[in-house]
Design a protein around this ligand. Structure first.
Ligand SMILES: [Zn+2]
Ligand SMILES: [Zn+2]
Length: 244
């Protein structure tokens, strides 16, 4: 069941992550208004204290990111709703950081997006020689652990890490059923159908989504790294749940 609001653009990045268009945040808002959206939610890649990982803003930029979104909220208060969120991995060593982010109440949504994982305490998967399958399953298990912590509001692209497989396996099926159960047991945490994944080979797995109950809350995220990638969720298509 798609719970994304009509006219909402969810899951938008900014130039700060280093792999998005070099445009001001306002360009996304202007494009959203041009598209007729009623809401846009920014979820740029979250930094971690000490900046141990790439492909994201520096920790020192976090305040400025929040300030930038806030000033846009004020400027466009009568035109469009603007959400301020973060897309962030679950890494058990940073529990106090997630607690701090939640307690700050600065973010409308903490979107769990597992691009790396903690292989052993303080050891990140990319610094260990792992097979593609091991990496995929490690990422998938980390998502499940993350869902059980209560730190996250939505899970981004749960099926994306399976792009390391070339066909659906019983191992993927079992892990998927476990993930869906844990999401359900922890307050029916919404799962994101990621538009960027749908258009990329093997990143979107219909086999995963077939396991999700039709009534389960699903969010549509565009994962825009450029204003031109933004799409509005408008109406449900009966066949595949998508129509833009
Ligand atoms: Zn990104
Ligand atoms: Zn993203």
């Amino acid at each position: 069941m798609i719970i994304t609001e009509k006219g909402e653009i969810f899951h938008v990045h900014t130039f700060r992550c280093g792999h998005a268009a070099m445009v001001p945040d306002e360009a996304y808002v202007e494009k959203a208004i041009e598209l007729g959206a009623g809401k846009i939610t920014f979820t740029d890649h979250a930094p971690f204290p000490g900046n141990p990982f790439g492909n994201r803003m520096d920790y020192e930029e976090l305040d400025e990111y929040v300030e930038s979104i806030r000033s846009l909220q004020e400027k466009y208060a009568y035109t469009i709703q603007i959400g301020c969120g973060l897309e962030i991995e679950y890494l058990p060593s940073f529990k106090s950081y997630y607690e701090e982010l939640r307690a700050s109440e600065r973010f409308d949504v903490l979107l769990l997006g597992q691009h790396i994982y903690e292989h052993a305490p303080g050891v990140w998967n990319f610094s260990v020689p792992l097979s593609e399958e091991e990496t995929a399953m490690g990422l998938f298990e980390a998502q499940i652990e993350g869902l059980a912590t209560g730190y996250f509001d939505v899970l981004a692209h749960p099926d994306r890490c399976f792009h390391r497989f070339d066909h659906w396996t019983s191992q993927m099926e079992t892990a998927s059923m476990e993930l869906i159960r844990v999401a359900e047991d922890n307050g029916r945490i919404p799962l994101e159908k990621n538009v960027g994944s749908i258009s990329t080979y093997n990143m979107y797995w219909p086999e995963f989504w077939e396991l999700v109950d039709p009534d389960y809350p699903v969010v549509v995220g565009c994962d825009a790294h450029d204003p031109r990638w933004m799409l509005i969720w408008n109406e449900v298509d009966d066949d595949d749940g998508f129509k833009f």
